[in-house]
Design a protein around this ligand. Structure first.
Ligand SMILES: [Zn+2]
Length: 319
């Protein structure tokens, strides 16, 4: 009866999915994010992606954007790749005015964590807690505990990209030295392995490491080691049952996952405590056939409908 639409607006592309009442996918569409001045580009991208779905009974729309989001007001700030800086932009109101459907806005990584949780729930698993780590141009995490998204006081929970993992590492654009993002995100991988002719540098690097290239193994081990440090923080802080790797770098697929799992395994050999805290098999890749970003946005929209104004799993557990 209730159809919701989830839209994930990224710097280069915008993906939309229509979700039915049982969680089934009714349609998908992806477009290039439109290029117009300021926050209007988020509105025009969302409207174009929504219209392409041709859904005529949509009850609510959820939108994920990279930036600082106030879900209660639908205001977005610091979505710098999408034309919004420190001054907040009323994204939810603008899209609502354009489409006439209630709109919920959330940080894209937070939405993706909810989407990954929902995918597992639909598969018959309901982990107690889940963290999703998005590794792309930047690095961020979202945490879901007992089905509820942890937003934090200012919606910034999980901003792990600018935590220092290597005090003697390269300078980060934020002014600190050796931030996780500066040593392990996409641009750092491109610098460390500038051989990504076909596909991304991450695909080239982790592929070569998996094929036994000694130089690639060394670089991949270092980068996967930094990421592993961050995964161990998450496991230590939230005791997460599942950690999902998402974002452009994780598009390198199984060779990337194996490199990370190998590093986790090594820490476990050295320390029984580390081995108990995070086992390699707890870390998985986000589903490619059901991207967590748009699905999570749709779930958040459904949960903001008046009759189910609760967190995702709280409402689901009752049904
Ligand atoms: Zn930084």
């Amino acid at each position: 009866m209730t159809t919701t639409v989830g839209i994930d607006i990224g710097g280069s592309s915008t993906s939309a999915v229509a979700i039915g009442p049982e969680g089934q996918v009714l349609g998908r569409h992806q477009i290039k994010t439109t290029r117009v001045e300021g926050g209007r580009q988020m509105v025009s991208s969302a409207v174009a992606a929504f219209s392409a779905l041709e859904v005529d009974d949509c009850a609510a729309i959820g939108v994920g954007v990279p930036g600082q989001v106030d879900p209660t007001t639908g205001q977005v700030a610091m979505a710098v790749n999408l034309g919004v800086g420190a001054e907040s932009y009323g994204l939810a109101n603008e899209i609502e005015a354009a489409l006439g459907v209630p709109v919920t806005v959330e940080n894209d990584v937070h939405a993706a964590a909810v989407g990954a949780y929902e995918s597992l729930r639909l598969e018959g698993q309901s982990p107690e807690s889940l963290a999703l780590v998005s590794i792309g141009t930047g690095i961020g995490a979202g945490v879901v505990v007992k089905g509820a998204l942890l937003r934090g006081a200012r919606g910034m929970a999980g901003e792990i990209g600018h935590v220092v993992v290597d005090g003697s590492g390269v300078m980060c654009r934020c002014g600190q030295r050796g931030c996780l993002e500066a040593v392990a995100a996409g641009p750092a991988i491109s610098r460390a392995w500038p051989k990504g002719v076909n596909g991304t540098a991450a695909t080239a690097l982790f592929g070569a490491a998996s094929d036994g290239d000694a130089a690639a193994e060394k670089v991949a081990g270092r980068i996967a080691g930094h990421l592993t440090t961050a995964l161990i923080w998450l496991a230590a802080t939230y005791d997460t049952e599942v950690i999902v790797l998402a974002g452009g770098v994780s598009g390198a697929g199984d060779p990337f996952l194996e490199a990370v799992r190998q590093q986790i395994g090594r820490r476990g050999v050295a320390s029984e405590l580390a081995a108990r805290r995070l086992r390699p098999e707890q870390v998985v890749l986000a589903r490619v056939d059901d991207p967590p970003g748009p699905r999570g946005a749709a779930v958040l929209a459904a949960n903001h409908l008046p009759q189910t104004r609760e967190s995702p799993a709280e409402s689901k557990q009752k049904t």
